[in-house]
Design a protein around this ligand. Structure first.
Ligand SMILES: NC(=O)c1ccc(N[C@@H]2CC[C@@H](O)C2)nc1
Length: 252
């Protein structure tokens, strides 16, 4: 990414401790230690100017719930932009552009610093969206009490694609959805568990046969669990042959 200390992720939130805990564990925590990413939080409440440190107010036009006021958000976003140049401000919202693996790859490839605006209550004042937000993003068609989980989903999915983050233990290239197919089944010891054993081919050491079995496993689970993915990438001749054999076995 050419950025000296890794890709920046700044999360604007009313609950920073939710985010710092996420930044300090597992693969993400190690990426922080290795300076492959720089993750930090900004507490929106620190940018209020009134005695009560209020961040929300009643909605114009009436109705239930509260709306986040624009001033603290504007100031918090400006502070985030000042911390690292070349940043993209993302608003977490059910109305946003759907986030998926290809979008995660785009963010990771661009290496641009990302600033996440996490709303609470009914939402944020529209003028923040028009004045400061570069893009609105949704992680799925459902409503949550806050944008924080959406921000963590995006940080997680993007970080694991950055060079050096996953190291040798697994590779993002072979991910499910990488080729619009689900991942093959995984097995580890013990060989027999609850009366169920592991497909012998996986113990054969025959890497050609193992790869063939894994492609077949991936194809079958995609066929059963997510046939819609076939519209994204049509079946290869090998896949068609494999499915034909499998269907014949099922009919037998
Ligand atoms: N599907 C999503 O990505 C998503 C994002 C945010 C969200 N809720 C927040 C709380 C109030 C408003 O700021 C938006 N819900 C769902």
């Amino acid at each position: 990414t050419g950025i000296p200390n890794g890709m920046g992720f700044t999360v604007l939130t009313l609950f920073p401790e939710l985010i710092t805990s996420f930044f300090n564990h597992g693969i993400i925590g190690r990426a922080m230690e290795k300076k492959l990413i720089v993750g930090d939080t900004i507490n929106i409440r620190d940018f209020t100017l009134d005695r009560h440190k209020s961040v929300d107010d009643k909605p114009y036009g009436g109705g239930c719930g509260m709306v986040m006021t624009p001033e603290p958000l504007f100031r918090a976003i400006d502070e985030a932009r000042s911390r690292r140049g070349n940043a993209r401000v993302l608003l977490m919202s059910p109305q946003g552009k759907p986030f998926d693996q290809s979008r995660a790859r785009e963010f990771a490839a661009a290496g641009e610093n990302l600033i996440f605006v996490c709303g609470r209550y009914e939402g944020i004042d529209e003028r923040v969206y028009h004045g400061e937000v570069d893009e609105e993003i949704s992680i799925g068609d459902y409503v949550m009490t806050g944008g924080e989980l959406a921000a963590m989903v995006i940080v997680d999915a993007v970080t694991r694609l950055l060079p050096g983050v996953l190291g040798g233990e697994s590779s993002a290239e072979l991910d499910s959805f990488e080729n619009h197919r689900l991942e093959h089944a995984h097995y580890t010891r013990p060989f027999e568990f609850e009366g169920m054993t592991v497909p012998e081919v996986l113990l054969s050491g025959n890497h050609g046969e193992i790869e063939k079995w894994r492609r077949s496993s991936s194809l079958k689970r995609t066929f059963i669990k997510r046939p819609d993915l076939f519209h994204k990438e049509t079946l290869s001749a090998e896949e068609k042959a494999c499915l034909k054999i499998w269907c014949r076995e099922l009919e037998a």
